[in-house]
Design a protein around this ligand. Structure first.
Ligand code: SF4
Ligand code: SF4
Length: 191
């Protein structure tokens, strides 16, 4: 059954349209004036001079977590590359010099142009070896190959850029908890 939608009853001023046009213009000019004079009230940033403050749990560029001696926590199990729907993680495993670790990555590349930032690699990792909490969400390069980040780039981060309560980050070299963690690691009671 058809539904009859009643037409709104317009006042005489509304029927003239000019009044409504000027009301619309006044609103637009008001916003333009606010943009020019009260920039602190705007929701926009002067990008790229001012970068957005990205939350830590936003899925941003990856990093490989480090053991207390700076070596990667990754044991080259391939679970992340298997879970990756974009097939953008390339791992080549090699034998680790520590018998308790067995394997480590000789090559660990991620093609950021293929990556869809789904976070499945982080979810799949059994030893918290890969994270996406660098807050690097704006990546600009001038060549395709520069978007492929290798193991050294993924390991290149500083503990001071991460919260003090982030234990794994702070156990890495330069971190607040490194000395004790390194002693435990070298004695074989920690990893
Ligand atoms: S975030 Fe998703 S697409 Fe990107 S490397 Fe991880 S699993 Fe692959
Ligand atoms: S799932 Fe974790 S430990 Fe396994 S290869 Fe990926 S990063 Fe390394």
């Amino acid at each position: 059954m058809a539904i009859v939608v009643p037409r709104p009853r317009l006042s005489t001023a509304e029927k003239l349209y000019f009044v409504e046009i000027f009301k619309g213009l006044a609103l637009t000019i008001g916003h333009a004036w606010r943009t020019l004079t009260r920039t602190e009230t705007l929701e926009t940033l002067d990008y790229p001079e001012v970068q957005p403050d990205i939350p830590r749990d936003y899925r941003s560029q990856h990093r490989l977590m480090q053991r207390p001696d700076g070596s990667p926590r990754c044991v080259a199990c391939f679970m992340c590359s298997t879970a990756c729907p974009a097939r953008c993680i390339e791992i080549v495993a090699e034998e680790a010099d520590n018998a308790h670790i067995e394997k480590r990555p000789e090559v660990f590349n991620i093609d950021l142009l293929l990556c869809i930032y789904c976070g499945l690699c982080v979810e799949a990792c059994p030893c918290d070896a890969i994270r996406m909490d660098t807050k690097k969400a704006i990546i600009v390069e001038d060549a395709r190959h520069k978007f492929i980040i290798d193991k050294n780039s993924l390991l290149d981060w500083k503990p001071e850029d991460y919260p003090a309560e982030d234990v794994i980050s702070q156990q890495a070299p330069g971190g607040l908890l490194n000395a004790a963690a390194l002693a435990a690691f070298q004695s074989g009671s920690g990893h």
